[in-house]
Design a binder for this molecule. Structure first.
Ligand code: LRH
Ligand code: MN
Length: 396
């Protein structure tokens, strides 16, 4: 007879999946350089192949997020190849990320650029990215803008806001029924005086102005250290404007470290707000859980397996919160009993129940060991090393 706790863990894991970023498998680094890994993925096929390895041992990441300039070298022409890879590796094409920050033309911005021709060019890229999404049956078009300025007085913040409203509304018009636009905010970097979409409120207002299929994307690394991220999540849920997450962790800024590596209780509190909302409203929140990390030092595939494992553990712990007891304690302002409801769930060891869930799905009890025993890492290191270890680019 399975315990009530195990039932809750099984129910939570059956409902939880998290999308992996194609760019998390590639040799990325910081502006001070990157440390090349022989097994890193470069081609989109290698990224699908590596993502399939993580899904095979965790059973929780059936889709991969794609970045248009990095994964679609021939733009719309690349769609056929991508859908063939999706069938071959059993990994669905996930969110489509337009890239409006890499090209030199976007030095002074994309949707916020004073030059109308550059805004038109940026909008065309957004439309092409949405079309790619339609052809791949990808639901989410996920927008992040590096737009902003570095010095006071150099930008008309209100005028740029108007241009963003115009362009986002036009981009929204390209969405097919069922598709969503996700608007990701970030307080700074690469702009260091103002960023046009700097916080959740700006993203919410711009998403609302764009249209009904636009929602807000919360990248956990895009907050000042003292910000209460789960309160932002609670508000976005309350406003029915929460579209998804980019999970990672940080000690200082947008460090893109592995999820829950610095503050696992932060992730638990976020998952708790979502599951408490679902319990209270008896609805399922329509949220895209995604990872957005870059692994400069850790092995990229092991880091992804570690990430999915900890995401499952923290989601399972949040599912153990006794919502009825919590609601009653909150209503009575029973501070310590209320707080203890969360702490008891967070301190519950869910790993035995998760191992049972894995066994029930025919998955390995220890995903990391299963991957390391597969020999995949040795094989791809062999195949890819000569190409990967040749070009370490320097900062300047
Ligand atoms: C910006 C960001 C955005 C991505 C990029 C890889 O910091 O979080 O989501 O496009 O990282
Ligand atoms: Mn992100």
């Amino acid at each position: 007879m399975q315990s009530k706790m195990t039932d809750k863990v099984f129910g939570a894991l059956d409902a939880f999946c998290i999308e992996l970023p194609s760019w998390g498998f590639a040799n990325t680094g910081t502006r001070f350089g990157k440390f090349l890994q022989p097994a890193a993925a470069t081609t989109i096929e290698e990224k699908f192949s590596d993502a399939a390895q993580v899904h095979a041992v965790t059973g929780a990441c059936p889709s991969i997020a794609l970045h248009v300039l990095w994964d679609f070298p021939r733009g719309l022409e690349s769609v056929g190849e991508i859908s063939a890879l999706a069938n071959r590796y059993g990994i669905k094409p996930g969110s489509i990320n337009p890239n409006l920050f890499q090209d030199q033309v976007y030095k002074y911005g994309s949707f916020g650029n004073p030059d109308e021709e550059i805004r038109r060019q940026a909008l065309q890229h957004a439309k092409d990215s949405t079309k790619i999404g339609r052809q791949l049956h990808s639901r989410d078009i996920s927008f992040w803008f590096a737009d902003g300025s570095n010095y006071p007085g150099t930008a008309n913040v209100r005028q740029r806001k108007n241009w963003f409203e115009e362009c986002l509304r036009a981009a929204h018009g390209e969405l097919a029924a069922g598709q969503r636009m996700l608007v990701e905010y970030k307080p700074f970097e690469p702009a260091f005086y103002h960023t046009d979409i700097a916080d959740w409120g700006m993203a919410l207002l711009l998403a609302r102005a764009a249209g009904p299929q636009a929602k807000v994307l919360v990248d956990t690394g895009h907050h000042y250290l003292s910000q209460n991220i789960e309160q932002i999540v609670a508000w976005l849920l309350s406003e029915d404007m929460l579209g998804g997450f980019h999970f990672n962790d940080r000690r200082y800024a947008d460090d893109d470290l592995t999820m829950a590596s610095i503050d696992p209780y932060q992730v638990f509190r976020i998952f708790h707000e979502i599951l408490y909302f679902e319990w209270e409203t008896k609805t399922r929140a329509d949220i895209a859980y995604m990872v957005d990390q870059s692994h400069n030092l850790k092995g990229k595939i092991p880091a992804m397996i570690q990430t999915v494992k900890v995401a499952q553990e923290l989601f399972a712990k949040a599912a153990l919160v006794d919502h009825k007891h919590l609601a009653a304690s909150q209503q009575k302002c029973d501070l310590i009993p209320a707080e203890s409801v969360l702490q008891d769930a967070f301190s519950t060891d869910v790993r035995p129940a998760i191992r049972e869930w894995r066994a029930s799905k025919g998955l390995p009890a220890d995903p990391m060991q299963a991957f390391l025993d597969s020999g995949y890492l040795e094989r791809v290191s062999e195949e890819r090393a000569s190409r990967n270890m040749s070009s370490a680019s320097s900062y300047a």
